[in-house]
Every structure is written in structure tokens, then in C-alpha cells.
Write a new protein. Structure first.
Ligand code: PLP
Length: 361
């Protein structure tokens, strides 16, 4: 059935080899693989769990972690919840995540109570915000950082496992030697103040991996968390391709349901489209338009790249996507299947959509 997302596990495995080589061998970091981009697809997580270079599996959703926590632990890998825990999920966080990222004292206290109740020790990583302005204690609030670190260290059944930063997500701030050096400095300050050693100083996501190649990742940073770098082979700081990876492990396919010659400009008074946006249309004259049976409900049209380079994506409503196939050498017909590489948004939405079949190769 179509639409379908073809997932090539061998290509993902070689991407994992590629990022492991950079992160572990060259960078001297531990490797955390982030599973949310593919909605924790079991064939993918099984491969990740079985890969010798992987130390941690992480996701932003406890529902995803729950599907593989048992297998991961049996294989000696730790699980980590990336998004700050909701109060309503504390019990599951303690049950399925060995480690969680945190910044709120109230939540941290609840984690301690629940860990005590379940007779477990839960590891807490304190998030520091270095200016991207998503989660974490703002790096200039020194008192707040020390106090929260001390609180975690002092609470029953919690271990202050480390500190971490997240960048290039909300504020699109690029990790550099100077901002990550501040994280390294904070790790040393906390270690000195509390007389402990932090196991993890996590220097970010797929936007930090490029620093290893330049020899600019501060020494004290000993972990990176990689989703997109592993799944799509991207350095997300500057958009370059990482050595030893491919960007076609995931291929989206959809079927043509209409193929007609029509004008490129709509006819009549222009209002707003299906999503309330005022559209812009380029006049290409009379064109050959193919409609494929996939839409905004299943994917992000701006995050797909046709394998046929002569094809253009014109737009999509909820369930229909319109392609300009006028310049294509191939003579398409109704029923033909067209293929696309996906970017992060396309991957996330197709992996999550129940309407898109997942086919494991
Ligand atoms: C999603 C996420 C990651 C992984 O990001 P990629 O860009 O896919 O590598 C890492 N850390 C946190 C906190 C995240 O939310």
C-alpha cells in the first residue's frame, strides 16, 4: 500500500557506524542515539540496541522509550528522557527511563519521591540554557544552577549524573567552542562545589558533531545526542553531509491519482488556501500536473525532495500533493509511484502518520 516510508536498516546501520566513528573514535565522546525522528520504529531501535558503539537510547516521549526500555536494558544500554518530565508521567519516567533531563526543582522532588517508592535510583542531568532559550536554567543565573545541582545531589534515590545543553532548536544558535566551553566550565564549577565527578557533560545534538572534525569540541564535553545525523546523515549546524553517511536510508513513496494538463495559475478571485494562508502561484503557463495521494496530514511538503530531479512539488492540501511533471523525461501515468528523500520534518510526520505504511528493508 501507498503512501509508504521505506526504511533501509542496513543503510541506517552504516550511518550509525559513520557517526560512531566521528563521535567516539575522533571525539572521545559517549554516543546517545535519539529515536524520536522515526517514532521509535522497532526495526530501527532493535538495530540501535544491538550496535556495539551505542551507549544510550533517548527520546523526548516516554511512550516511545517504553517500547524499548526492556530490550535496551538487557543489552546493557541506558535509556534517557530528553523532554523535561510532565508531572503526570513521573511514575513512567522512573519506570522506563534510567536518566532524565531536568530543570525544575518541583519536578525533581517528585522524581525523588517516586524513585524512592519504586526502590530505584534515577539519574538526573541538569539542563543549562546557553542562549537558545528553550529548556534549561539560564547560564547567567549562577545561584539557581548551584542550588538546583545541590538539591539533586542531596535528594534520596537521585544521582546528579551530569549537565547538558540543547542548541539550534528554538533560537537556532550554533554550538561553538566558546558557548560549549561555558558548559565545560559549569561542569567543573559544580564538581568543585559539590566534591563530585559528573559522569555526563552532554554538548548537544546533531548540530554539535561538526566541531569534532574541526578539533573544536571542548575536552570536558564527553557526550553527544544524535538523531538527524544518524537518520539522515546531516550536520545540522551548517547543513553539510557527514562522512560515512547517506541521506537515502529513508525513501517516501506515493502514488499518482490524477495526471492532467492545466494552467499553473488558479482561475477566479484568490482567497485563502485549505490552511488559511494566502498562496503565491508562479505562472508557468499550461503544465502537466500530477496529483499524488499524500498530503499535509501525512508529511511536510517543504521537507521532501523528488528523486526525479526534473519534478517540482507545487504544493499540498491535507490529502493531495500537486507536482509539476512537465519537464520530466519519464512519461508518468496514473498509478505510477513517485519517490522522495525526506528532511527532518518530512521524516517526523511520515513516521508518525498512521496513514503511511512503514516498510522495512
Ligand atoms: C531531539 C533532541 C535531540 C536530537 O536532535 P537531532 O538534531 O535530531 O540530533 C537531542 N537533544 C534533545 C534535548 C532533543 O530534544
Amino acid at each position: 500500500m501507498y503512501p509508504r516510508l521505506n526504511i533501509d536498516i542496513e543503510k541506517l546501520r552504516s550511518n550509525l557506524d559513520g557517526v560512531a566513528k566521528i563521535t567516539k573514535e575522533q571525539g572521545g565522546c559517549s554516543l546517545m542515539i535519539v529515536t524520536k525522528g522515526l517514532c521509535a520504529e522497532p526495526a530501527m531501535t532493535d538495530m540501535v540496541i544491538g550496535h556495539p558503539a551505542v551507549d544510550f537510547l533517548a527520546d523526548s516521549r516516554i511512550k516511545n522509550i517504553r517500547t524499548y526500555a526492556g530490550k535496551a536494558r538487557s543489552a546493557g544500554k541506558q535509556t534517557l528522557l530528553l523532554r523535561l518530565p510532565m508531572e503526570c508521567e513521573i511514575q513512567e519516567v522512573i519506570q522506563y527511563a534510567d536518566i532524565s533531563f531536568n530543570s525544575e526543582p518541583e519536578t525533581i522532588k517528585l522524581l525523588s519521591q517516586e524513585a524512592t517508592k519504586q526502590g530505584r535510583t534515577h539519574k538526573v542531568v541538569l539542563m543549562i540554557d546557553l542562549g537558545d532559550l528553550r529548556e534549561g536554567i539560564f547560564f547567567k543565573n549562577e545561584e539557581d544552577i548551584y542550588n538546583t545541582a545541590e538539591l539533586i545531589h542531596g535528594l534520596d534515590n537521585l544521582e546528579l549524573y551530569g549537565i547538558a545543553v540543547n542548541l539550534t532548536c528554538y533560537g537556532a544558535i550554533i554550538p561553538k567552542n566558546d558557548n560549549l566551553s561555558q558548559l565545560a566550565q559549569w561542569a567543573e564549577n559544580i564538581e568543585q562545589k559539590l566534591g563530585i565527578t559528573l559522569q555526563m557533560v552532554s554538548g548537544g545534538n546533531s548540530s554539535s558533531i561538526y566541531l569534532i572534525g574541526k578539533g573544536e569540541l571542548p575536552e570536558k564535553i564527553n557526550n553527544l545526542r544524535l538523531g538527524e545525523a544518524f537518520l539522515l546523515g546531516n550536520d545540522t549546524a551548517y547543513g553539510s553531509k557527514l562522512p560515512g553517511t547517506t541521506d537515502d536510508a529513508l525513501i517516501l513513496e506515493a502514488q499518482i491519482v490524477e495526471l492532467k494538463e492545466k494552467p499553473s495559475l488558479p482561475i477566479g478571485e484568490v482567497g485563502v488556501d485549505a490552511f488559511g494562508q494566502k498562496p503565491y502561484y508562479e505562472d508557468r503557463g499550461i503544465i502537466k500536473r500530477a496529483i499524488i495521494a499524500i498530503g499535509q496530514q501525512d508529511t511536510d511538503p517543504g521537507s521532501m525532495e523528488p528523486l526525479d530531479e526534473q519534478m517540482d512539488i507545487l504544493g499540498a492540501s491535507s490529502d493531495h500533493m500537486i507536482l509539476d511533471v512537465s519537464k520530466c523525461t519519464k512519461a508518468y501515468k496514473v498509478g505510477d509511484v513517485v519517490s522522495f528523500k525526506v528532511g527532518y520534518g518530512g521524516m517526523l510526520k511520515t513516521a508518525t502518520s498512521p496513514y503511511v505504511e512503514k516498510v522495512i528493508k
